[in-house]
Design a protein. Structure first.
Length: 168
């Protein structure tokens, strides 16, 4: 690719990570090198197992627990380590998914300006995909593609917890 774009998958609907993983699979099938960096998540999922089986690198920077109230020092530390990892590896990829990155600003783990600087500094050839609810408008404005997943109904609203193989 001569020039990679910025893509955003956001909204309160299900499917943001799944859409980004689908793009990684498509890229892999066409010989592009893709990778996934997950923020806040620290739990293995079906997507990660398949990506790793295909040789697609996956990195997780999260404790695996929901943030209730203020983020912990460990949440903040892992977020910064993850952002530094992105800057360290992004030259090696054609497509890089930054999964759940919006939550770093939503939960005030890092300032929005930190994410904005990261996105603006991406290598020219890199297709950068950012996912998560409530993506800041400043980041949406930089994107060539913004897809908003809108929830109409969700099993969680009925008290149904995440199910292995379906939600993770």
């Amino acid at each position: 690719m001569e020039e990679g774009l910025i893509e955003v998958y956001t909204g309160d609907g299900k499917g943001k990570t799944t859409a980004a993983v689908g793009l990684l699979l498509r890229a892999h099938g066409r010989g592009l090198k893709g990778g996934l960096v997950q923020f806040l998540k620290g739990v293995e999922s079906g997507e990660l197992e398949v990506l790793r089986t295909l040789g697609i690198p996956c990195f997780q920077f999260g404790t695996g627990r929901f943030i209730m109230g203020e983020p912990s020092e460990e949440d903040i530390r892992l977020a910064e380590v993850g952002l530094q990892k992105v800057e360290e590896i992004w030259e090696d990829f054609d497509v890089l998914v930054l999964d759940e990155i919006s939550y770093l600003t939503v939960f005030h783990i890092v300032p929005e300006e930190r994410i904005l600087r990261l996105v603006k500094a991406k290598p020219k050839k890199l297709e950068m995909v950012l996912t998560g609810r409530n993506m800041p408008q400043s980041i949406r404005d930089l994107a060539a593609l913004v897809t908003v997943m809108q929830k109409e109904k969700h099993p969680f609203d009925l008290g149904i917890q995440a199910r292995e193989g379906i939600e993770y």
